[in-house]
Design a protein around this ligand. Structure first.
Ligand code: ATP
Ligand code: LTN
Length: 346
């Protein structure tokens, strides 16, 4: 953390915020890169706020019934992974209008040149960027609003979101500079552990993603034991046995990915895993990985199923979370309007 960030952030109560899009089945990548860490953070004595970012999800087409189901299922995945709605604030974004309001205000602070550098937009818009929604382009300013409307200081995310959190810092700094205030903190991305970038099981150069068209590329939190075993068995690898040290994995992205997944699931470092399996082929390693993944994920998918049998209860939890979130976010947005010169007379 730089000195200026430290001095600025010292004026703010430490607070953690993060979000996940309810844009499909949550994956092992989401679990290791986000959910598992969210649950750990809630026991560190810092307020934790977790959001199902449904307004981000609609930047690409979502069938309305599917979006409703995915939002509830994602909420169930949070709870089943250990996020406790009594300890953390858990809600869906569209129920707290402060996010959309602040996003507009920050759209007027963010610069086109900054947005044009965002790699997630380039990846998602693909070759036909003319057909992408305006929302997909503006997405990072909404994400900045999500973070800043809680005066968040720390944002646990996977590696792919680092650039967006840095943009959030730039937006906060420009706002503070332009209006001569120290109103927004400079949130820090928290990216730690062996699985901050879980890769696709079919292509070691692409991240595992819930919206990849190939279901074989990912482990879904709802996959059964047979499906998990089959997907790992078919995962792309090379023909070499595992090396003696992790340096031996540097040119072997698929092998490195499976080792990192094993490490994260077993709470070890990747170096420890390599030591344990040195000289073993994938014929040994893949079944061990599948058994471990099933042991860790089966209780989560069972709990998700149980929670999904009562969606009224899930909706109640999200509504209550939204009330608590609103109580923090509303005054920040009101103050932002005021700083920017909007007359507020009711
Ligand atoms: P989509 O494919 O719809 O873009 P996604 O699977 O990339 O979705 P997000 O909702 O965009 O998931 O991400 C939620 C959180 O999970 C973020 O913190 C993100 O960094 C993290 N995450 C997503 N994919 C991975 C991955 N493969 N490895 C580690 N973390 C990940
Ligand atoms: N952009 C993120 C999801 C996201 C988020 C956030 C993460 C939206 N708002 C605020 C952290 C904090 C993604 O695509 N994974």
């Amino acid at each position: 953390m730089s000195d200026t960030t430290q001095i600025l952030n010292a004026n703010f109560t430490p607070r953690i915020f993060s979000g996940i899009q309810p844009s499909g089945n949550l994956t092992l990548g989401n679990y290791l890169g986000a959910l598992k860490r969210f649950a750990q953070k809630q026991d560190e004595g810092i307020e934790t706020i977790y959001c199902l970012v449904d307004m981000h999800a609609i930047t690409v087409w979502q069938d309305p019934d599917a979006l409703r189901r995915q939002t509830r299922e994602a909420a169930a995945a949070f709870i089943a992974s250990g996020v406790d709605p009594a300890k953390s604030i858990l809600f869906n974004q569209s129920q707290v209008s402060a996010h959309a309001e602040l996003a507009w205000l920050l759209n007027c602070v963010a610069r086109l040149g900054w947005m044009n550098r965002m790699t997630q937009f380039k990846d998602k818009a693909g070759k036909n960027a003319e057909k992408a929604s305006l929302g997909l382009y503006a997405y990072p300013a909404l994400m900045a609003a999500d973070i800043l409307t809680y005066h968040t200081t720390m944002v646990p995310v996977g590696e792919d979101q680092k650039q967006h959190v840095e943009l959030t810092r730039d937006i906060a700094a420009k706002f503070n500079h332009d209006y001569g205030v120290e109103f927004f903190p400079a949130p820090e991305p928290l990216i730690d552990g062996p699985a901050t970038r879980v890769m696709s099981l079919r292509d070691g150069s692409k991240k595992m993603s819930k919206s990849d068209p190939s279901d074989a590329s990912r482990i879904n939190l709802t996959d059964d034991a047979d499906t998990i075993a089959k997907k790992f068995r078919k995962a792309r690898t090379d023909a070499e046995p595992l090396p003696e040290t992790i340096e031996g994995l540097s040119e072997r992205p698929e092998a490195r990915n499976l080792v990192n997944i094993y490490a994260a699931l077993s709470e070890q470092t990747s170096a420890q895993v390599v030591t344990e399996f040195a000289g073993k082929g994938f014929g040994d390693f893949k079944p061990a990985l599948a058994d471990l993944a099933v042991a860790k994920l089966a209780p989560i998918s069972d709990e998700m199923k149980r929670l999904m049998s009562d969606v009224t209860e899930i909706d109640r939890i999200l509504g209550k979370g939204a009330d608590r979130a609103e109580a923090i976010a509303r005054p920040v947005v009101e103050k932002t309007y005021d700083i920017m010169g909007m007359v507020r007379s009711r």
